[in-house]
Design a binder for this molecule. Structure first.
Ligand code: S3P
Length: 428
């Protein structure tokens, strides 16, 4: 069933909230938890559908999982304890599930078939098939797309220089590296999110490396340790944006993940004039977290490109909305990867923002936005993409009249309860 929602313009946004657990960290906690011997308790697991996809796949692979709300108790049988699945694994809409699991499955002595929804079947899997095949896995695919048939085998370590900046690719190779003989090294030209490396360390897996290289010796079993997952920074981004845009805003978001490979959005906002204070900064389970306090701010345009892009890749659609209300030109370049996410996020953002009267131009590798422009309520598509629908819910708050959003259930991929939370915080 699809859910249409109407967003009306608002002036005030006030409150103190906590957010669901980080999606990226939740996937990794489940997967690595499933490779431990013994019980692991995970608190504040993301309730999003993507993470449920990972959980269901792990169950099919013989990992015991007990879920009570956002607390999950997981019991694996060690590094070599996964069992052949009786059914085809379904990664749903989740690229992280498919790509990271493919790394783990490459090291198994059984065969697995994994597929996904219509969007995931259109996303490039060659980027992982290639390095995993170099390590000795036999993977058949539909010309580089899912479904994947993974015939695990005896893997050997490789040194792999990533042609694109992708944490999913890096993590897939590092997970396969746990099952490989010798050492596995990944070299990245631009830093990408490092949750896998941090979690390896937390679970006692030794890693070497310098700035752009990470190396893992094979055969290491993660040690069972409990996790508490911080609030999802990428989910926080929508609420941060809403608060910056509302004339009367005071929002506190407690306990948000503050990993530096995820938070470049905050640095960019500070340069644009955003007033965001960090409080209570701390480190838990190797991941930094903090409380954020946000006030309304007048913003100015900015240029974002190069090595900054992978560090705010998921925040670019909402940055475009902010840019439409900022003074001057915002230029987003070097962001071709946005075209191969859950939707073509450049096209989706440009189409919807234009429909609202935004001054935005599509570029092959980004967008040019000139602001501030008055946005008008419009009828907008979801593009079957959680980040697009949430970004345009925020745009609806600053637009005149009513914004009609179709298929808002797509927000549940990463942030169930988003619309209810936004409704409670914002006032006309
Ligand atoms: C993710 C990495 C990013 C991001 C995705 C989650 C992860 O993808 O867009 O939402 O958990 O590793 P890439 O690393 O492929 O850019």
């Amino acid at each position: 069933m699809t859910i249409q929602r109407i967003i009306r313009s608002a002036k005030r946004l006030q409150g103190e909230i906590k957010l669901p657990g980080d999606k990226s960290i939740s996937h990794r906690a489940l997967m690595l938890g499933g490779l431990c011997r013994g019980k692991v308790k995970i608190e504040n697991l993301s309730p999003g559908q993507d993470v449920q996809s990972t959980l269901t796949c792990l169950r099919s692979l013989g990992v015991k999982v007990r879920q009570e709300g956002n607390v999950v108790k997981i019991e694996g049988h060690g590094l070599h304890g996964l069992q052949k699945s009786e059914t085809i694994l379904d990664a749903g809409n989740s690229g992280t599930t498919m790509r990271l699991l493919a790394g783990m499955l490459s090291g198994q002595s059984f065969e697995t078939k994994i597929t996904g929804d219509a969007s995931l079947q259109k996303r490039d899997m060659k980027r992982i098939v290639e390095p995993l095949s170099q390590m000795g896995a036999k993977i058949s695919s539909n010309q580089g797309f899912a479904p994947l048939w993974i015939h695990g085998g005896n893997l050997h370590g490789i040194e792999y220089t990533m042609p694109i900046a992708s944490s999913q690719v890096k993590s897939s190779i590092l997970l396969a590296g746990l099952f490989a003989s010798g050492v596995t090294s990944v070299i990245e030209h631009a830093p990408t999110r490092d949750h896998t490396e941090r979690m390896f360390r937390y679970l006692g897996i030794k890693l070497d490396g310098d700035k752009n290289r990470v190396t893992v010796p094979g055969g290491q079993e993660p040690q069972a340790r409990d996790f508490s997952i911080p609030g999802d920074f990428s989910s926080a981004a929508f609420l941060i944006a809403a608060a910056l845009l509302m004339k009367e805003a005071h929002l506190v978001i407690q306990d948000v993940g503050m990993n530096r490979t995820r938070t470049r959005f905050l640095d960019i906002l500070a340069q644009m004039g955003g007033q965001i204070a960090l409080k209570n900064e701390r480190l838990e389970n190797e991941e930094p977290r903090a409380d954020l306090e946000i006030h309304h701010s007048d913003l100015k345009g900015i240029e974002v490109s190069g090595v900054d892009i992978p560090l705010l890749i998921d925040e670019l659609p909402i940055l475009a909305i902010l840019a439409s209300q900022a003074h001057g030109v915002t230029l987003i370049r070097d962001a071709k990867e946005l075209r191969v996410k859950e939707s073509d996020r450049i096209q989706a953002t440009v189409t919807n923002l234009k429909a609202m009267g935004g001054n935005i131009e599509e570029l092959p590798d980004g967008m040019r936005i000139e602001g501030p422009t008055r946005l008008d309520g419009a009828s907008l598509r979801s593009f079957h993409d959680h980040r697009i629908i949430m970004a345009f819910a925020v745009a609806g708050l600053v637009a005149s009249g009513e914004t009609i959003l179709e298929e808002t259930e797509w927000a549940d991929i990463s942030f169930p309860g988003f619309f209810e939370m936004l409704g409670t915080l914002s006032h006309t």
